[in-house]
Design a binder for this molecule. Structure first.
Ligand code: GDG
Length: 502
């Protein structure tokens, strides 16, 4: 069995609390397959990549490098999180593009390629993750790597009309053509990327559904909705539900209904709008005062990015305002907590909550929505209020779907959720839970990797002299090497695609 090599900006090291969706999903995905997981250690050092940190846990080798302050600021905080993240979340107004940051982004991707290449074995399957590493596949090709390479984007992918606002977009996004398979969360994201390649990058559609770029590179774009380890999360929740801490929470709630939100503190998650909707709920429904409590868990993330600091202050003011206005000596309307919790405990909180409030303005998938469903008690399940603009809404369609910008609609959905009959709650929850049991994180991982394995690897000769095979242009940011991905022209058969989870 070929080894799986995962590459992502951050690596979820064993025994670390990870509060990100990529970490949660990839941790679950590596447990069965094993392999190598390479990325940034999360630490700063005087010089980037000066030494490799290695540790083995179970079947997984974790290999990480440190970054210098300048690389961190330009690659991670600068280009990835102030240009790409807002753009990919449809927030063109927040995009801050600086040439120096883009250079830093390319430099760190080159460093990843330089460091990873000698660690690779000929049969390895390489799986690159997320917007931090868009050009990495092309850079590996430029270094003669002929292995199968897959790329998965964890964010949404906006329409081409927005993508072209990014300076050097063709060079950057076009480099994805070096990968054999590009995975996205939803069919909408898939269509947007296909449209971008067909109409902005002069690619053509092949009869077998793949695309071919101007240089002849052939690649497949496909939706693979990410998921969770549903049964494991459900078991955790059941156990946690019996734990003393959760019992204590139940006792403190008494007859009150709890509404829960769990999100990294990020402007894509729609938290100010959510707080406003909850404030309106208390304003409009005097009888609910004292009868409902909202627990919002929002661990800080990306504190070095100014927009995140501003958001923090805004939310502190808003939570303070709601509590100041409605609290009673024995009732706090909103508990806004910026800490992260052990995942097991979180599953207990989900189980206690009568309503899961998941209202991002845009979200690639949103695993919290799926975890909330997995954690419910089948005899007395809670209600999920879910943004239409989370990828999860394409699957969890018996949730109460809302437009998070329409805060009155969210308030009404909360009213409906809090008064919903047990019969309706069960009818809505059951099909979503069954869906998630079938289409869990193993299904996601297997369907992506099976599809990738069906793509033929480039031969050594083609990889060493890629221009001879396809004439593919130079890899983005790479001064020297052409980054062709000649394997594509060798594909003959149409892969057997896994059944769609939708
Ligand atoms: C990105 C995309 C996509 C949260 N707080 C704590 C904690 N968490 C865990 C949750 C969940 C994960 O973090 C969050 O995942 P999401 O999917 O909701 O969101 P992002 O972090 O933005 O993830 C997203 C995802 O990648 C996967 O592709 O779905 O669209 O933005 O698992 O449980 N975990 C612990 N303590 C906390 O306090 N242990």
């Amino acid at each position: 069995m070929p080894r799986l090599v995962i590459v992502s900006n951050r690596v979820a090291l064993p025994r670390q609390t990870s509060t990100g969706g990529l970490g949660s999903a990839m941790h679950a995905a590596t447990q069965t397959e094993g392999g190598l997981w390479f990325g940034w250690s999360g630490k700063l050092a005087e010089r980037s990549g000066a030494s490799l940190h290695r540790q083995r846990h179970g079947e997984v080798d974790y290999v990480t490098i440190d970054l210098s302050r300048a690389d961190h600021d330009q690659y991670y905080a600068g280009f990835a999180n102030r240009a790409l993240w807002p753009l990919l979340h449809y927030r063109a107004g927040l995009v801050e593009y600086r040439r120096a940051n883009m250079e830093g982004y390319l430099r760190v991707n080159e460093l990843f390629a330089d460091t990873l290449t000698p660690l690779l074995e000929p049969d390895d399957i390489i799986w690159i993750h997320d917007y931090h590493l868009i050009p990495l596949g092309a850079m590996l090709r430029g270094r003669g790597v002929a292995n199968r390479i897959g790329f998965f984007l964890h964010t949404p992918l906006p329409a081409a009309g927005l993508l072209i606002a990014l300076p050097r977009h063709q060079e950057l996004l076009g480099s994805l053509a070096s990968c054999d398979l590009i995975g996205l969360h939803t069919d909408r994201d898939q269509r947007a990327l296909e449209d971008y390649f067909l109409h902005e990058a002069q690619a053509t559609l092949l009869p077998d559904g793949r695309l071919q770029d101007r240089a002849g590179a052939r690649f497949r774009i496909q939706a693979f909705p990410i998921s969770i380890d549903t049964r494991k999360v459900a078991r955790q929740a059941e156990r946690a539900g019996r734990s003393p801490k959760i019992q204590q929470l139940r006792d403190s709630l008494g007859d009150r209904a709890m509404v829960i939100g769990v999100d990294r503190l990020d402007y894509s998650k729609g938290l100010p709008e959510r707080f406003k909707a909850y404030g309106q709920l208390l304003d409009r429904n005097t009888e609910l005062r004292g009868q409902v409590s909202f627990l919002q868990i929002a661990p800080h993330s990306r504190d070095t990015v100014p927009e995140y600091r501003q958001l923090r202050h805004q939310l502190e003011r808003s939570a303070g305002h709601i509590n100041g206005r409605y609290a009673e000596p024995d009732w706090t309307p909103i508990s806004y907590v910026n800490r992260s919790f052990p995942h097991q405990l979180l599953t207990g909180y989900y189980r206690v909550a009568r309503v899961g409030l998941v209202t991002p303005l845009r979200d690639g998938m949103n695993l919290v929505a799926k975890e909330y469903i997995a954690c419910q008690d089948a005899h007395d399940p809670g209600v999920l209020v879910l943004s239409r603009f989370a990828g999860a809404a394409r699957e969890l369609d018996s949730a109460l779907l809302v437009n998070p910008s329409d805060t009155e609609e969210v308030t009404e959905a909360l009213e409906t959720a809090l008064t919903m009959s047990l019969k309706e709650r069960r009818e809505r929850w059951q099909p979503m839970y069954e869906h998630l049991c079938r289409y869990d994180v193993s299904f996601w991982r297997n369907s992506f990797l099976d599809t990738l394995r069906q793509q033929s690897p480039a031969t050594d000769q083609e990889a060493a002299d890629p221009a001879a095979a396809t004439g593919r242009p130079a890899a983005v940011g790479s001064a020297a090497a052409p980054g062709p991905h000649s394997s594509h022209s060798r594909l003959a058969k149409r892969p057997v695609l896994p059944e769609s989870p939708r």
